[in-house]
Every structure is written in structure tokens, then in C-alpha cells.
Write a protein that binds this ligand. Structure first.
Ligand SMILES: O=P(O)(O)OC[C@H]1O[C@H](OP(=O)(O)OP(=O)(O)O)[C@H](O)[C@@H]1O
Ligand SMILES: Nc1nc2[nH]cnc2c(=O)[nH]1
Length: 184
């Protein structure tokens, strides 16, 4: 078994760039939510590294919760569907919710989840997403906090996986083609 770095073609975003951007996002959230309590909802598994880093950059009371969701259905119909595999532990009625995600791609997952949380009576629901593949968007979603916009390339690291691996890479990377060739 080789070290992970042997599977990487390019580092697109370094750990220093990630740390700097996450700090800026946390500072912005701290300003925007001054005097309020936030419920941070991490969407597992991809959000884990970003959630852990972001919450420590927010200088306000934070309640931490998680969900596991998967989107399905036909993106060409009017509403995408989301299956909740693990729901929140907390009641979000009257609370300020920030959904934390590693990446937004078609937007189907977030377009389906946001109204579900709003219907539960949250005072507000906003999104903090580290990577935005905007050119792939099929559903319009309002993302308040974005780490980086990235091109339409398959990336791994900082929570993003390929076949459940590489989530623990501390950088955002492109994999070497040999990894895909070996998987065939
Ligand atoms: O914008 P969309 O096209 O809906 O895609 C984005 C979703 O895909 C990824 O999750 P995935 O289902 O791969 O689960 P994971 O977090 O366990 O990796 C990501 O974490 C988002 O939840
Ligand atoms: N791991 C990973 N998941 C994604 N989901 C949507 N785009 C991507 C990507 O580039 N990498």
C-alpha cells in the first residue's frame, strides 16, 4: 500500500490556503451573526474536516449537529429529492442554522434540503460550502459563504472522496490517472 501522495497529480488548493480561507469565513460568520446563537449542521461525511475547522474560527456560541443525506431523482424535474439517512438531534425551531458542506456541484442536494429545514421553523437557513463547482449547477441555490470556486474537475481531499478514500488528504487535489485506471 503506497502513501497517498503517490496518487496525486496536482495540488489545487494547499493546506495554508485552506486554513486562511476558513479563518476568513469564520470571521465573516462571527460578524454576521453577532449576538446570535448558531446551529451548525454538517452534512456527513464530506463536511467533517471543514466543519471541524470552521467551528473553531467562529467566536460565537455554536450548537453542533449533523445529518446524512443523499440526493436522488431526476434533476430535470422541478424539485430534486433528498433522502435523510440520519436526521438532526436538535430542534431547530427559531434557531439560526448554517448548513456546512464540502462541495456543491449540481446543487440538487442543497436545493432539496434547504426548504426542509426552513419548514421546520428555523429563524434562518444559510449555506457555508467550501468548494463551489458553479459551472455544473442545475438547481439555483443561494450560497452565502463560499470557500473557493473551482473548475469542473474531479477533486479529492479535505473531505472529498474517491470510492470513500482520500478524504483525509489535507489539500484539495486532482488524482493521478493511474488511480482511475487501476479501478477499472
Ligand atoms: O450539488 P450536488 O450535485 O447535489 O452534490 C453535492 C453533494 O455530493 C457530495 O456528497 P456525497 O453524496 O458524495 O456524500 P459524502 O459527503 O459522504 O461524500 C457533497 O458532500 C454534497 O452533499
Ligand atoms: N470527491 C468529489 N465529489 C464530488 N461531488 C461533486 N463533485 C465532486 C468532486 O470533484 N469530487
Amino acid at each position: 500500500m503506497e502513501n497517498l501522495k503517490h496518487d496525486i497529480k496536482t495540488v489545487l488548493i494547499t493546506r495554508e490556503q485552506i486554513a486562511k480561507r476558513v479563518r476568513e469565513m469564520g470571521q465573516q460568520i462571527t460578524k454576521d451573526y453577532a449576538g446570535k446563537e448558531i446551529v451548525l449542521v454538517g452534512i456527513l461525511k464530506g463536511a467533517m474536516p471543514f466543519l471541524c475547522d470552521l467551528m473553531r474560527e467562529i467566536d460565537l456560541p455554536v450548537i453542533l449537529d449533523t445529518m446524512v443525506v443523499s440526493s436522488y431523482g431526476d434533476a430535470t424535474t422541478s424539485s430534486g429529492l433528498v433522502k435523510i439517512k440520519k436526521d438532526l438531534d436538535s430542534d431547530i425551531r427559531g434557531r439560526h442554522v448554517i448548513v456546512v458542506e464540502d462541495i456543491i456541484d449540481t446543487g440538487i442536494t442543497m436545493a432539496a434540503l434547504t426548504p426542509i429545514l426552513e419548514k421546520r421553523g428555523a429563524a434562518s437557513v444559510e449555506l457555508a460550502i467550501f468548494l463551489d463547482k458553479r459551472e455544473r449547477r442545475e438547481k439555483e441555490v443561494n450560497v452565502k459563504y463560499i470557500g473557493y470556486e473551482i473548475p469542473d474537475k474531479f477533486i479529492v481531499g479535505y473531505g472529498c472522496d474517491y470510492a470513500q478514500k482520500y478524504r483525509n488528504l489535507p489539500e484539495i487535489c486532482e488524482l493521478d490517472n493511474k488511480v482511475f485506471a487501476q479501478a477499472k
